[in-house]
Design a protein around this ligand. Structure first.
Ligand code: URA
Length: 238
C-alpha cells in the first residue's frame, strides 16, 4: 500500500495532506525518514511513525468456524495441558481469537471464533435467541410424548426450557436409539443433554450443524475456515 494511502487510512490526515507530511520529512518507515511519495509499505510488517508516534491501521476483526472434533475442551488454555480447541485454530496469526459459547468435550460440530468481543457478547446474550441446530442421537426410542415435551419445554433445575423445534430422523429399533434434529434458541450449560435426560432418553452423540445463519456444510472434522463477507454480515445483522 502507498504510504500516503496508509496514513490516510490510519486517520492521520487526508491523502493530499499526508503527501505534504511525507515531503516535510515527518514520516519514517522502519526507522528511516521517507520523503518519496511512491514509497510502498506493508501494513502487517512495516513500522510507520509520524512525528515519532507509531501509526497503525485498525485491524479488521476475524471470524472463523471450526468443525470441532470430540475430545477437545472449549477453552483457549488448560492448566492440565489437555487438548483444547486452541490447538485447532490459528491463534498465533490472529491473537485475541476466542470461541463464542462452548461445546462439551464430547460434542462435535460448528464452533464460531472471533476477535470481536462486542459481537461475541451480543450473540451469547440470552435476549438475542440465536438458533442452534443439533443433530442428536439418544438412547432408546423417543416417544411422541417425549418429542412433544422437548418441543414445548422441559422442566430443568434452572427452569423450563423455551419452545424448541424437533424433527425425528429415525427411530432405530435395531440399535435401540433415536436420531433427531433439535433446534434450541437458548444456550444454557449442557442444555441438550439435560433436556434429553429429563425425558428419559440420554444423549449418545451430539453434533452442532448450525449456529444462527452459519451452517457447517462440508467442512471436515478438525478443520476451520474463515467466514465470507456475506456470513459476517448475516451475523452482524442478527
Ligand atoms: N448442549 C449440550 O448438552 N452440550 C453441548 O455441547 C451443546 C449443547
Amino acid at each position: 500500500m502507498r504510504l500516503q494511502k496508509f496514513l490516510a487510512r490510519a486517520g492521520v490526515a487526508s491523502r493530499r495532506a499526508s503527501e505534504e507530511l511525507i515531503c516535510q520529512g515527518r514520516v519514517s518507515v522502519n526507522g528511516e525518514v521517507v520523503t518519496e511519495l511512491g514509497t510502498k509499505v506493508d501494513p502487517a510488517h512495516d513500522v510507520v511513525m509520524f512525528d515519532n508516534h507509531p501509526v497503525r491501521l485498525e485491524q479488521d476483526h476475524i471470524y472463523l468456524m471450526l468443525n470441532k472434533p470430540a475430545g477437545y475442551l472449549t477453552t483457549m488454555s488448560d492448566p492440565f495441558n489437555r487438548p483444547t480447541v486452541a490447538d485447532l485454530v490459528p491463534v498465533d496469526t490472529y491473537p485475541g481469537l476466542f470461541p463464542v459459547g462452548r461445546l462439551d468435550q464430547d460434542t462435535t460440530g460448528l464452533l464460531l471464533f472471533t476477535t470481536d468481543g462486542e459481537l461475541g457478547n451480543i450473540l451469547l446474550h440470552p435476549r438475542h435467541h440465536v438458533d442452534k441446530c443439533y443433530e442428536v442421537w439418544v438412547k432408546g426410542i423417543l416417544s411422541d410424548t417425549s418429542a412433544r415435551k422437548l418441543c414445548e419445554g422441559v422442566d430443568l433445575e434452572d427452569g423450563r426450557t423455551a419452545p424448541a423445534d424437533v424433527r425425528l430422523i429415525k427411530r432405530d429399533k435395531q440399535h435401540h436409539q433415536t436420531h433427531l434434529l433439535l433446534t434450541i434458541h437458548e444456550g444454557r450449560k449442557r442444555q441438550v443433554k439435560r433436556m434429553c435426560e429429563a425425558v428419559g432418553n440420554p444423549v449418545v452423540r451430539l453434533h452442532r450443524r448450525s449456529f444462527g445463519p452459519l451452517a457447517l456444510g462440508d467442512l471436515t472434522e478438525g478443520s476451520f475456515r474463515l467466514l465470507g463477507d456475506k456470513e459476517v454480515s448475516a451475523l452482524t445483522n442478527l
